[in-house]
Design a protein around this ligand. Sequence first.
Ligand code: KIV
Ligand code: ZN
Length: 389
Amino acid sequence: MEIRRIQIFDTTLRDGEQTPGVSLQTEEKVEIALALAKLQVDVIEAGFPVASPGDFEAVSQIAARVKGPVIAALARANVKDIDTAYQAIKAAAKPRIHTFIATSDIHLEHKLKMTRLQLLERVDEAVRFAKSLTADIEFSAEDASRSDRDFLCQVFTRAIAAGATVINVPDTVGYTTPLEFGALITYIREHVPNISQAAISVHCHDDLGMAVANSLAAVAAGAEQVECTINGLGERAGNAALEEVVMAINTRREFYSAITNVNTRQIYRTSRLVSTLTGIAVPPNKAIVGDNAFAHESGIHQHGVLNNPLTYEIISPEVVGVSRNAIVLGKHSGRHAFEERLKHLGYEIDTDMVNNLFIKFKDLADRKKMVFDKDIEALIVEKAAVRPE
Ligand code: KIV
Ligand code: ZN
């Protein structure tokens, strides 16, 4: 079976920074970019240089100082944006210009006020100009998922003929569904005659909570690059979460016949860094990086995990850089987990005493949501149990 290597394009510093309330300083952006390089993402979209002098400066700094990944900069499909993007990334060892324009009729009519024919010409000019500056060109058809499929294929054909090396299919408004999006990728593969000259990328937003599912459906249908952000940050409801996309592919690599280059052990610390610098907290029940992602509260689950983590864990916490699974003691915890915690704390206590303490523990757990180590130690002191030397 052929195993494909899916390229991970991180846009935390561009689409992620479009999260309402988030604004990062240049040094913070460089710190995140260095962490993304350690995480071994393939592409870092460092920003949108024409948007502001601050964005230009941050992209330039990242291009000069961050080694490893391709450094991409966003530009609308016009000469000024594209030239400004190139000036910001030209110091990078592997620069990429990412130019975009919307292709849906709703955007053509109400935003761009262009005909389809005019748009095709604009795409051709923009991509050719970008290509005159550097070799690696990504072209995005904004609102692709609500565009006419045949027109979308014409646009991609034109972009590739003009020199695009990656064509990106954004679900800009998070409207699509996994079956539909997978079918769109198949349609593009079958109806863009020069598709073999470019890689297919996807970029999904989470308005209906399906960004990760849609990205994975696209991978199953043959997409080669996934655009995503740490902690799923991004415009409105956010983008596909990098940690979820990567760990889904990693955990189900046989199903997807794919892997990524990401060093998964860096996932947790990168997530925490981004959360600290953006001020956007990670919800406790967030997949992969939430505080509860590896916590087992019920007694039945705790017993199983203590016997063999495979019973209730599909990912070892160490694989994403979390040091151990957190057995949270609470009213659903069983005697087995309680006894293990006593041992972990260094107590050797006879069976009668454990039984006694367990009754007290259950009583406490009924009153408190979570029982911490210090609460258990307090119970032991009460019972005058002896800690070994
Ligand atoms: O959501 C979107 O369409 C975008 C493009 C600029 C790729 O962010
Ligand atoms: Zn986007």
